[in-house]
Design a protein around this ligand. Structure first.
Ligand code: BG6
Length: 483
């Protein structure tokens, strides 16, 4: 692999994301030779760490995620890491940062290439972007910035943040990251849809009755109550991950698989996204909060959560488009904390048809994203010794060896940033449409909150979320396939 020179400036270098995901991912890219002799990472955060302490942390992060490691490789890798204690509002700190980046650029011959990564609390993104611009932190080579989610908390704040970032970076230098787009089975949606006529030719409103996307988690909000109170399931999971999945499921066929063509096809679809009105939201959207049990807290009693909170830990709803192969087909989603199990899956529900054998029902295509990677399609045949139809699943699965080769989403996406491939990142035009949709739902729910009688069912933990979510379907016979 070609070695790409760069100085990376990581805001949030002492955080959980850096430790669990970014340092191990960078190590793997180092092992593959994508970054090697000519790179340096400056990790910044408030804490007064030394370079040495950071390097120990980086080394720990690699040990925690890798079974077999070569200690010499780890020390060689970690020696490229530098720490700067940084207060994001302090101008002087950006001046020091600029000098350090410049010195390291010379030391490692990084050719003026800069990669900025915003991995800290989102409320600082705007301030950092403004200082990058005011203190001229960009280099003389390529400049790219990776921005973690959430990108804003509504359309207005996202627009403001975008303005701050575009003061220093062009749209094609901004990588709005969504780790779901780095997942193996999410990246499999387009090949599945477009490379087999059997699937490609039925992927339309004549044959699909509805589509269902479930992103369910077993965990509660844990220590993240403070963040979660500013977000809720709709902003935390739907605005980004669910919408990206839905876009891949509903977009028209791209001309080719270049980043430009994929984004063009997504844009075409999203221009036709129907923004739901209050009546639709009332009928087809449900929110909920997990209740407590003998051994677990109710959401309202979690640390840093308001006891009268109206923040939803579960959201379900409907998305529709007027263009694209599944124009008019209801796409249902649901996501929630404290579900029965961790399960991310997509069910494509085909229409019931009349057959010479009677009515055929529930032929589905299912894509399981997590915890397994799997696709299964219903296939029907005759029963062996009695009349009737037998249903079996045709499975597409991975061997243990194949699964071991699947890189973590962050590794994949960091690789893409370094080689300048924006296919699996969110463009501003897409994000804008997602926020318009989310704002409509949030505003209907806010109105309900203000009326003093918000309809927020408390659901039993570790089951399937609120039962009200079973009534969001347009068609009386439709139901969740994953139950
Ligand atoms: C994050 C959300 O984006 O995705 C978390 O902020 C959520 O609340 C997480 O737990 C789920 O990701 P994954 O990859 O574990 O399904």
């Amino acid at each position: 692999m070609k070695n790409i020179p760069l100085v990376m400036i990581l805001f949030g270098g002492s955080g959980d994301l850096a430790h669990r995901k970014l340092y191990p991912a960078l190590f793997n890219l180092y092992e593959q030779g994508l970054i090697h002799d000519n790179f340096a990472v400056i990790a910044t955060a408030r804490r007064p760490w030394s370079h040495e302490y950071l390097r120990e942390q980086v080394s720990d992060a690699i040990h925690e995620t890798h079974e077999v490691v070569d200690e010499n490789e780890i020390s060689a890798f970690a020696s490229h890491f530098y720490y700067q204690s940084h207060d994001v509002t302090n101008v002087e700190h950006y001046v020091t940062l600029k000098q350090l980046a410049h010195d390291l650029d010379e030391k490692y011959s990084a050719q003026g290439n800069r990669l900025f990564y915003m991995a800290m609390a989102p409320r600082f993104f705007g301030t950092i972007a403004t200082h990058i611009n005011d203190q001229h932190l960009t280099g003389s080579g390529f400049n790219r910035i990776v921005v973690e989610k959430p990108f804003g908390r509504d359309l207005a704040s996202a627009e403001e943040l975008n303005k701050q970032i575009t003061a220093s970076f062009k749209e094609n230098e901004i990588f709005r990251i969504d780790h779901y787009l780095g997942k193996e089975m999410v990246q499999n949606i387009l090949p599945l849809r477009f490379t087999n006529p059997l699937i490609k030719n039925i992927w339309n409103s004549d044959n699909i009755q509805n589509i269902q996307v479930t992103l369910a988690e077993r965990l509660g909000v844990e220590a993240r109550g403070g963040y979660y109170e500013t977000s809720g399931a709709l902003r935390d999971m739907v605005q980004n991950h669910i919408f990206q999945i839905i876009t891949l499921l509903a977009m028209p066929e791209p001309k080719d698989i270049s980043a430009a063509s994929i984004h063009e096809a997504k844009k075409k679809l999203l221009d036709s996204l129907i923004i739901p009105d209050k009546d639709v939201i009332k009928k087809h959207f449900v929110r909920g909060q997990y209740a407590g049990s003998d051994t677990t807290f109710a959401y309202k009693n979690e640390p840093n959560v308001d006891e009268n909170s109206t923040t939803e830990t579960f959201a379900a709803g409907e998305v529709k488009f007027t263009e694209g192969p599944v124009a008019g087909v209801p796409i249902y989603f649901r996501t929630g904390k404290e579900f029965k199990e961790k399960k991310n899956r997509i069910d494509i529900v085909l229409k019931h048809i009349n057959t010479p054998y009677g009515k055929a029902h529930s032929n589905n295509i299912t894509i399981v994203i997590d915890p397994k990677s799997e696709i299964f399609i219903t296939i029907n045949g005759k029963r062996i010794s009695e009349p009737g139809i037998r249903r079996e699943n045709l499975d597409y699965t991975f061997s243990k060896e194949e699964l071991a080769q699947v890189p973590d989403g962050y590794e994949r996406l960091l690789h893409d940033v370094i080689v300048n491939d924006s296919t699996n990142f969110t463009e501003w035009s897409e994000l804008k449409r997602y926020w318009q949709f989310i704002d409509a739902v949030e505003s209907a729910w806010d109105e309900e909150n203000k009326s003093g009688k918000p309809d927020i069912p408390q659901y039993i933990p570790y089951r399937m979320g609120p039962k009200e979510a079973n009534d969001i379907f347009e068609c009386a016979t439709a139901h969740w396939i994953y139950e």
